[in-house]
Design a protein around this ligand. Structure first.
Ligand code: GCU
Length: 425
């Protein structure tokens, strides 16, 4: 019998995707022995001067790749200003960020919304979107992204032939409650992650990684070189570079936020760029807040097979021996110390391993303690919809893998408290 090619392809991809079925049984996780984040008897000075740089280097070498410095040829051009966006609540600026001497990178379009009701400089949330600025808001005058885009899982008309259509306007708006954020006195700066690097295996050739590499699209990536998460985090830092030049923004009060793969990205941005004063991970899962040594939900084997371009190539070598990796994700959370970090899970997001996300926060506490900072304050994951913690905070919200108003309400309170600004206006 001859099997049609399409069917062979389907069977192969199903087999590949399901090599080993994911484990969801806590009893089968086995014993988890985490690498020490600190040597015993450490001090805050030793952490800052010795151990933190070591841990940061380990994450560069083994997981995300080398952090790239701020380029000297960074350029900002304001391309549009609307003083009565969001029904008059905000001024919207579109800013094109590019590299004057590396034109192979097409640059990124940052959308900044600044509350019109403000006395002086305002704090800001900085985060990337999955579908572009026009998808974050429903306002009709925001240009539709023209860049390569992954199909939209909820609306197949939103992205056709890897290009956004008019149907994608606002598709991500529920994840970005702009009126609420601006109404509480915060600015929002966002850009499409695909502007920095399109999210597919060859995407780097059209993104900043090829543009900054002397070999361009011919580059052969080696262990320790940056991956897509590194590139997207780099983009977040460049948004912050712009915000530092904007007179309306208090860039010392910038909270970096991201969901899912972009939550992994916000954590890496927070670790690699200490200017982010608050770091927020929403449902970031494997390769984000979830401990890699816990065999539950997504694993290192799966993520490095399905999304190898997100990481430095070395990370894949731990697919079948995660205990050999010199870091685990509690050490990533510790890299934020003493800055406040918020880790959020969703009750129906088992793929992201809610308990593993909680435990990375819990196991980062000794580093926060060196600075006299309190962490989660509880030993076991709290009940659903019961936020806990101080400098490390956590909640597990009712519902699925997503960003909701409930999540944002916690982040707004958290950022307001730690930045010392009043959020209730
Ligand atoms: C996949 C992937 C996750 C990732 C998620 C997302 O589910 O396995 O690691 O977080 O996509 O970014 O939406």
């Amino acid at each position: 019998m001859k099997i049609p090619l399409a069917l062979t392809f389907l069977i192969t991809s199903v087999c590949l995707a399901q090599k080993t079925p994911a484990n969801y049984d806590e009893a089968k996780v086995g014993e988890v022995v985490l690498p020490d984040v600190l040597a015993s008897g450490s001090t805050a000075e030793q952490w800052v001067g010795v151990r933190r740089p070591e841990v940061l280097q380990l994450f560069q070498d083994h997981v995300y790749g080398r952090i790239q410095p701020k380029p000297a040829d960074l350029k900002f051009e304001v391309t549009a200003v609307k003083s009565d966006a969001l029904g008059g609540a905000a001024t919207r600026k579109l800013v094109h960020v590019s590299l004057a001497k590396h034109p192979a990178w097409k640059g990124m379009d940052v959308m900044l919304l600044v509350p019109n009701q403000r006395k002086g400089k305002v704090p800001v949330f900085v985060g990337l979107s999955f579908n572009g600025n026009h998808a974050v808001s429903t306002e009709k005058d925001i240009p539709i992204s023209t860049r390569w885009m992954r199909p939209n899982s909820k609306n197949d008309k939103a992205v056709v032939d890897n290009k956004a259509t008019e149907d994608s306007r606002g598709v991500e708006a529920s994840r970005w409650p702009l009126e609420m954020i601006v109404g509480q006195g915060f600015a929002v700066a966002t850009a499409y992650y695909g502007d920095i690097e399109p999210d597919h295996a060859d995407g780097w050739k059209d993104g900043v990684r090829a543009a900054l590499s002397p070999e361009g699209a011919e580059t052969v990536w080696k262990n320790g070189d940056w991956g897509a998460i590194g590139a997207w985090s780099w983009g977040l830092s460049r948004i912050l570079d712009y915000l530092e030049t904007n007179a309306d923004i208090d860039a010392s009060k910038a909270a970096v936020i991201g969901h899912s793969r972009l939550g992994k990205t916000s954590l890496w941005a927070g670790a690699s760029d200490p200017r982010f004063g608050v770091v927020i991970s929403n449902n970031s899962g494997e390769g984000g807040a979830a401990l890699m040594r816990r065999n539950i939900g997504e694993t290192t084997e799966v993520i490095t097979r399905v999304f190898p371009h997100w990481f430095t190539s070395k990370y894949k070598s731990y697919a079948h021996d995660v205990n050999a990796c010199p870091v685990d994700q509690h050490m990533l959370i510790a890299l934020m110390a003493p800055r406040p970090v918020y880790i959020a899970s969703a009750a129906k997001d088992d793929w992201a391993d809610q308990k593993g996300e909680f435990l990375s926060g819990r196991n980062a506490e000794p580093v926060y303690a060196l600075f006299g900072k309190k962490g989660l304050g509880v030993e076991e994951p709290p009940p659903i919809d019961s936020p806990v913690g101080d400098a490390i905070a956590y909640h597990n919200r009712t519902g699925v893998h997503d960003v909701t108003d409930y999540d944002w309400l916690q982040y707004l309170k958290f950022a307001a408290r730690h930045f010392g600004v009043s959020s209730a206006r």
